[in-house]
Design a protein around this ligand. Structure first.
Ligand SMILES: *Cc1c(COP(=O)(O)O)cnc(C)c1O
Ligand SMILES: [Zn+2]
Length: 463
């Protein structure tokens, strides 16, 4: 086991700062109830002198740990000590330079990049976090793992549990999960509890059940999961030849990803491995906009960790009194009570970040645009691109800045949303099927009547 003075858990509340060793699976400070961080005494650990040192791993990618998009950066999340990290090939994702999409939304060529996390084994970024959480679970002998989920956490949990030989318990809101995701949880053998409530209710119940039954919880309140998700940012830097972009634009649900990104950059800066932190823009769906309201309308700030708790409590009391429930087509971010709220405030503070909300129509159109140019993503992911459009229109992001949008989940996760847009809706990019008689003349006429694209873009790798 790692030396508890070198690697430990610590409460993020500076007035508490209680520490716990790695073997305690708590998910919250037992003294004050706030979130826990994984902390390292870096001076006593072996950290590469520069980020490009990680390139040495490219030569040894036959080793699964060097191939993993998480563990090839293992010196930056060294909580596992001498234990064997869990990997199933997560993080083989790519940063795509999206010049056609850039032109479509008004960004200069070579400045817009899409970090496509849909390429992960279960089709979403959650696998980055699950590799780390399951490593911790296995270190301390967990047999049963659990999560509340809008879908992708359960798909990822179910996959990792199947490969690790653990029993998986999934709490989902009845009728609220996209079919691609539900099918994964069922196929991978997770026990699925359909709770008669929304995600926020499932999250509360799974935390209670975890306490009562000693299940290992893998929602993003689990600080080990966020350690794995830091690697998404390491891969972005790697793809940009270790240069820092100007902006990271990420959808915000439970705010685990944005929190992990903030922690990743803060640590890299403190270690002297980067010289500046990109600005993080967190995008809420308008129908699930707690962070947007608190930060942009009510001025809530990290404030050195002394967050205005009265403001937060009053906000949620009002939400409860109004019986306001989250509602958006972007089911993965349909969350009104984000568990990582405070850590996200820290990420915004560290990165001079900001929050925006986007309506469902903008999410749907952005999703179709991402797909049209050959990438593709699920609705929640497209909130990042919709948010970018909005920030361009506001003049907050300028067309020449280097922007990375995180595409959090695969196009195939939510086929219903995609087919509805193209078949049932009449939007700018709707691509309706053409009904044609079973007759070759009619088919020829239909094809001849349509113009072939005349594009200045297109990949030219063979030139
Ligand atoms: C989980 C998820 C999100 C939300 O991420 P948080 O870390 O909860 O903010 C966004 N998009 C997709 C596809 C997801 O699965
Ligand atoms: Zn505490």
């Amino acid at each position: 086991m790692a030396d508890p003075n070198v690697v430990f858990q610590q409460c993020i509340n500076p007035d508490c700062a209680a520490t716990y060793d790695l073997g305690q699976t708590l998910y919250a400070c037992t003294r004050c109830g706030q979130l826990l961080d994984i902390r390292y005494d870096w001076a006593r650990l072996a950290v590469p002198k520069k980020l490009s040192d990680f390139q040495a791993r490219w030569a040894s990618r036959g080793n699964p740990l060097d191939r993993s998009g998480v563990w090839r950066f293992r010196e930056l999340l060294p909580f596992f000590g001498s234990a064997d990290p869990v990997t199933i090939g997560e993080g083989q994702t790519t940063l795509q330079q999206a010049d056609e999409l850039a032109a479509f939304i008004g960004v200069k060529p070579g400045r817009l990049f899409l970090q496509y996390e849909g390429f992960n084994p279960s089709g979403s970024f959650k696998d980055n976090g699950m590799a780390a959480a399951f490593t911790h679970a296995r270190m301390f002998g967990a047999r049963q793992v659990a999560c509340a989920s809008t879908g992708n956490t359960s798909a990822s949990l179910a996959l990792y549990a199947a490969r690790c030989g653990m029993r998986a318990w999934v709490f989902i809101g009845a009728g609220r999960i996209a079919f691609g995701k539900l099918s994964q949880a069922l196929e991978y053998g997770a026990k699925t509890l359909q709770i008669d409530g929304d995600f926020d209710a499932c999250m509360a119940r799974v935390q209670e059940a975890t306490k009562r039954l000693g299940l290992y919880l893998v929602n993003s309140v689990n600080p080990f999961r966020l350690e794995g998700q830091k690697a998404i940012m390491y891969r972005v830097l790697e793809s940009l030849s270790w240069q820092t972009p100007d902006w990271i634009v990420v959808p915000g649900g439970n705010l685990g990803n944005s929190s992990a990104f903030g922690k990743a950059f803060l640590e890299l800066k403190n270690l002297g491995l980067i010289d500046r932190i990109p600005r993080i823009a967190i995008i809420n769906a308008a129908g699930a906009n707690t962070l947007y309201r608190l930060v942009e309308q009510e001025g809530l700030r990290w404030n050195g960790g002394r967050v205005d708790a009265a403001k937060i409590d009053a906000f949620f009391a009002r939400m409860k009194a109004e019986n306001r429930k989250a509602s958006t087509i972007a089911s993965a971010i349909e969350i009104n009570v984000p568990v990582n709220l405070r850590k996200a405030l820290r990420a915004l503070d560290a990165s001079n970040g900001l929050v925006r909300e986007v309506p469902d129509e903008a999410i749907r159109d952005a999703k179709a645009a991402v797909g049209k140019f050959g990438y593709g993503c699920e609705p929640a992911s497209a909130a990042s691109v919709a948010g970018l459009r909005r920030l361009l229109a506001e003049g907050v992001i300028s067309p020449g800045e280097r922007v990375v949008c995180i595409l959090t989940g695969h196009l195939l996760k939510d086929p219903t949303a995609t087919v509805d847009y193209h078949v049932k809706m009449d939007r700018e990019l709707s691509n309706k099927p053409i009904a044609v008689a079973d007759d070759i003349e009619a088919i020829v006429a239909a094809i001849s009547g349509s113009e072939a694209p005349n594009s200045e873009f297109g990949i030219r790798n063979s030139e």
